[in-house]
Design a binder for this molecule. Structure first.
Ligand code: B12
Length: 430
């Protein structure tokens, strides 16, 4: 071990002892490889494909995409402003495109802050008002007695509060109060099980509010809720070290990082999580751009809360596009595709080449007739909205499972089924 290695090891051990969550630096090459995966996505410049999370992730990371970054932000601004403010547009189809959701608007505001801009001027004020209105609507949907649900999710509710907070925009105590209640009574944050991502996002929003002192009357409740969120996340650590699962660990670490919780064995838990993350990175588990954009800040010791006062001058390594190595295989595999929740139930073996994604399996099944599906694009990739003509309703979704009963941790574009596997698509409530 070199001097630096020894120093990092010592810091790591001290972190473990001191109950501080520290994430010692990881191999630069690994970080660069992750960053490179974002580059091709920066060439997709239509509103449907633009992803402000990519921009935020890069700006908080130790890597950069050079001139492409500034251009991407420019296109983000044009598209989001046109779409959200209904500005004059040349493209006749633009009116038909879905408007960015509350969460997407929030991520756009985070992207502006990541470039050290404060939202302002006439247009900026209108965007802030829109986000505030979205949150007010969601607050009403939850209701004063917390019996209802947000139209979107508590995750997006937290994201909305965080975005306004980093721009130093004040929200009414009652808006923040709905999220505080949800963390205090965490059954509201479950999607079948505790959603670590949602608790982490809420915790990040509260941490920003605590630092900025924007809701002084709720200061004590906010401080307690941050601690509750951290404790829930620590409790959700798996034997391998992930918080929740591998893909919720980045946001979980954004919340835990640099925090201090005496007596909670936080230092040890974070070092274990870092080791689990490294193993997953080496296994190639991080394919999804959205998740990569949430992980890159962590590998640079940063979180979304740093957007309160971002360091826009920090040196970052310029990413070089990776050389594509497309390995085509002739080997065929067979995947059993099953949809029991339709009449008559569907069950068919589908033959695809090894390494194909679940989306390839669905496409093939559709070509063979007897199977239909539809997707909607999202920041995480194609989201399965309808199967055999049956569309998921409000608070329902098409769950992806590996038989007999294991929910997949990846979406249809990223998950690659193995030979002989049975994949079930199940319409469930959440
Ligand atoms: C809320 C949520 C859900 C809700 C979404 C409904 C709703 N009205 O919000 C429900 C519970 C239905 C859901 C379902 C699934 N989810 Co989900 N979800 C989230 C969560 C917590 C927040 C998403 C969000 O609002 N983002 C912010 C907004 C602004 O972005 P957006 O793109 O506009 O949001 C939409 C998409 O994210 C989409 N969506 C939600 N989950 C997923 C997953 C995939 C793979 C895709 C393509 C889209 C998608 O729903 C959002 C609302 O429309 C994220 C956590 C995270 N770290 O991102 C996990 C997360 C994205 N989900 C995940 C997974 C695995 C799934 C499922 C595939 C689980 C399964 N086995 O079926 C399914 C999707 C199946 C399908 N039909 O394609 C993983 C993805 C990991 C990865 N490798 O990419 C995450 C990161 C959670 C985790 N830690 O495991 N999810």
């Amino acid at each position: 071990m070199g001097h630096l290695g020894a120093l990092l090891f010592l810091l790591g051990s001290l972190g473990a002892l001191a109950d501080i969550c520290e994430i010692p630096e990881v191999d630069r090459k690994l970080v660069e490889r992750l960053g490179q995966r974002l580059l091709p996505w920066m060439d997709w410049l239509s509103l449907e494909h633009l992803n402000p999370s990519i921009y935020v992730g890069l700006r908080l990371s130790s890597v950069q995409a050079g001139a492409r970054e500034a251009f991407y932000l420019h296109i983000l601004k044009l598209n989001y402003q046109q779409s959200l403010l209904g500005l004059a547009i040349n493209d006749d189809n633009s009116n038909n495109k879905a408007k960015p959701s509350m969460g997407q608007l929030a991520l756009y505001l985070l992207a502006l802050r990541a470039n050290c801009e404060f939202v302002g001027g006439h247009k900026g004020d209108r965007l802030v008002s829109q986000l505030k209105r979205f949150l007010e609507d969601e607050k009403r949907a939850i209701g004063p007695h917390h019996k209802g649900h947000p139209h979107t999710s508590y995750y997006q509710y937290g994201l909305g509060i965080l975005a306004l907070c980093v721009h130093q925009k004040r929200l009414h105590d009652s808006v923040v109060g709905r999220l505080l209640y949800a963390v205090e009574h965490s059954h509201h944050l479950r999607h079948g099980h505790l959603s670590v991502d949602t608790v982490a996002m809420a915790g990040l929003a509260f941490t920003c509010l605590e630092h900025s002192n924007l809701n002084p009357n709720q200061r004590h409740r906010i401080t307690v809720a941050i601690r509750t969120a951290r404790e829930k996340i620590l409790k959700a650590q798996t034997p391998e070290g992930h918080f929740g699962n591998v893909y919720s660990t980045p946001l979980a670490l954004q919340l835990l990082m640099n925090s201090f919780m005496p007596g909670a064995k936080l230092g040890t838990a974070c070092l274990k999580a870092r080791a689990a993350l490294l193993a997953s990175m080496q296994d190639g588990a991080f394919k999804n751009v959205l998740i990569i954009s949430q992980l890159l800040p962590v590998l640079n010791g940063k979180s979304y809360v740093d957007l309160i006062s971002p360091d826009c001058e920090a040196p970052r390594v310029l990413l070089q596009p990776a050389l594509e190595t497309v390995s085509q295989t002739q080997e065929l595999i067979s995947v059993m595709l099953k949809v029991p929740s339709v009449l008559p139930p569907y069950r068919h073996p589908i033959s695809v080449s090894a390494g194909s994604s679940l989306e390839d399996v669905l496409k093939k099944a559709q070509e063979l007739a007897g199977f239909t599906y539809a997707t909607q694009n999202s920041l995480s990739g194609p989201y399965l909205t309808s199967v055999m003509g049956k569309e998921a309703g409000a608070r329902e979704f098409w769950q992806l499972l590996r038989a007999p009963n294991t929910p997949l941790l990846q979406g249809i574009a990223d998950y690659a089924p193995k030979d002989g596997e049975t994949i079930e698509l199940r319409l469930v409530s959440w």
